[in-house]
Design a protein around this ligand. Structure first.
Ligand SMILES: Cc1cc2nc3c(=O)[nH]c(=O)nc-3n(C[C@H](O)[C@H](O)[C@H](O)COP(=O)(O)OP(=O)(O)OC[C@H]3O[C@@H](n4cnc5c(N)ncnc54)[C@H](O)[C@@H]3O)c2cc1C
Length: 479
């Protein structure tokens, strides 16, 4: 098989689909090569099958969701932002809706509708889609002086022959390394490396955390809503060392109820040599291996395999200050004054969680409420505000929502997604070293960098000035 085209897009995920749609709409001949027989396999399982497409946040808070590297995305977001991808999908018959925290989903709650719509838009734009096409590597040729290379196409796996697809520009959008069964096996990292790019260290993010504590595994399946969980590191972080009620109170008040905005960086708070790395409020889940759910996935971004001791502390009552919580305990214990401690907390906590809280308070569930001292009540309050779960690691990269690390951003032009190492090469999506929190940010980054890469690849090939075609055609039919 020998093919030839203007723009070749490798990878039929969200980044590749947007790149192909945009390049074809600009008038370029486009081939989209996807190794699976189905496009957007990962996209189809996003958001637990509902697809959290994007987020309705304003630009600045949106950019902050990617940490320091977020500024790389300014230009791509100026080409295609959340309103543009929503408009594009609506154009293809997929209405969208906004939920808590600005998260945007398809009205149908079906991720497959999003993937099908993008596939339809690509076909309508004239993209030639080749399914079951496993690209093996880039065809690189010397270009001018200075050791610069230029990409001339790709080689394709073919059991009968050596095949090639020659192209004037190649967009690689092969994704990260998580959930490899979806097709994202990290192939593009090696190709970018061969083209001269530095690949930063790859590690899992938005990944469940493991704990060796048997009580944690025993709670598997228990889901907690509206808790505040924080990740701590440093000597003793995993030890549930007694802290005085006063110290706990002060810390709890300092931390307040500041919402789920990510902290500015490390050491948002400290207790001696222990450092609080991050804190998020929302939903979490106990699993047989440890902890998972949205707030845990967000915390995992701050976990490093550094040999340090880590713990997650769960504030089970984030809306109550220690004083109000103590009043609440007094009320409950008054009501259940003839009961044992384990039976006096049923209004406050899911039953399964009560033994763990009592144990961390250093008490016995059999203790009679009538004999409970004020200090012991404070110990319960402390355990409720900071239930400690020692963390031993993360689940493997295969189970991560995203891969942290990738093609070094300093070697990619943020305005065009063009490689600074090889002429005619464009890089988009999760392959790049930029990642965000949960909430629709990773898909938006893939959509926007894909769109930008497709636009600049086509403009380059066709000799069109991109700036003129910038904003007004962001999501339009002819855009
Ligand atoms: C379980 C799960 C849930 C998620 N939920 C959300 C969510 O709700 N919201 C959100 O914002 N993000 C979510 N994400 C993250 C999001 O899915 C990714 O960041 C996004 O899919 C990255 O897009 P991409 O196009 O760069 O790569 P991918 O989606 O990984 O697509 C890459 C494509 O390239 C193809 N490919 C790879 N190698 C080759 C090759 N050699 N030849 C040809 N084709 C190849 C692959 O088959 C694949 O189709 C979720 C991720 C997971 C795993």
């Amino acid at each position: 098989m020998f093919r030839e085209t203007d723009v070749l897009v490798v990878g039929g995920g969200p980044a590749g689909l947007l790149a192909a749609i945009r390049a074809a709409r600009m008038g370029a001949r486009v081939i989209l090569a996807e190794k699976n027989n189905v496009l957007g396999r990962k996209l189809r399982i996003t958001g637990k099958g509902r697809c959290n497409i994007t987020n309705n946040k304003e630009l600045q808070p949106f950019i902050r969701q990617y940490g320091e590297k977020g500024k790389f995305l300014y230009s791509a977001f100026s080409r295609l932002f959340h309103q543009d991808i929503r408009r594009l999908l609506e154009e293809a018959g997929v209405e969208t809706k906004e939920e808590r925290g600005g998260r945007v989903f398809p009205m149908s709650d079906r991720a497959a509708d999003v993937a099908d719509a993008l596939e339809r838009l690509a076909a309508e734009a004239g993209v030639e889609i080749i399914r079951g096409c496993k690209v093996q590597g880039l065809i690189l040729e010397p270009a001018g002086g200075g050791g610069m290379q230029r990409v001339a196409g790709v080689s394709v796996y073919d059991p009968w022959d050596n095949s090639e697809i020659r192209a004037k520009a190649v967009v690689i959008a092969t994704g990260g390394m998580s959930y490899p069964l979806t097709g994202s096996t990290g192939d593009g990292y090696a190709w970018a490396g061969e083209a001269g790019h530095r690949i930063t260290e790859l590690s899992p993010a938005l990944v469940p955390l493991e704990s060796a504590e048997s009580w944690v595994g025993a709670l598997s399946g228990l889901s907690l809503r509206n808790v505040k969980a924080s990740l701590w590191a440093g000597p003793g972080a995993a030890v549930d060392e007694p802290r005085s009620g006063v110290a706990t109170r002060a810390a709890a008040e300092t931390n307040g109820d500041s919402g789920a905005e990510p902290p500015g960086g490390e050491a948002a708070d400290a207790h001696g040599s222990q450092r609080k790395l991050a804190e998020f409020q929302g939903e979490m889940l106990f699993a047989h291996f440890g902890l998972t759910g949205p707030v845990i996935l967000s915390l995992s971004r701050f976990y490093q395999r550094s040999g340090e001791t880590y713990a997650v502390r769960i504030d089970l009552k984030p809306a109550l200050s220690p004083e109000i919580l103590d009043k609440r305990l007094q009320r409950d214990f008054q009501r259940y004054q003839r009961k044992r401690l384990a039976n006096a907390m049923v209004d406050l906590l899911p039953r399964a969680l009560i033994p763990a809280v009592i144990k961390q308070a250093g008490l016995d569930g059999e203790q009679a409420i009538a004999e409970l001292t004020r200090a012991q009540r404070w110990d319960i309050s402390r355990a409720l505000k900071a239930l400690s779960v020692p963390i031993t690691g993360t689940r493997p990269l295969e189970e991560a929502i995203i891969t942290v690390g990738g093609v070094d951003l300093s070697e990619v032009d943020p305005r065009t997604m063009a490689s600074k190492k090889a002429e005619g090469l464009y890089i988009a999506g999760e392959l790049l070293d930029v990642d965000g929190y949960t909430g629709g940010y990773n898909l938006q980054a893939a959509f926007s960098t894909g769109w930008t890469a497709g636009e600049s690849a086509a403009a380059n090939v066709l000799g069109i000035e991109v700036e003129r075609k910038k904003r007004n055609e962001g999501g339009g039919k002819n855009g």
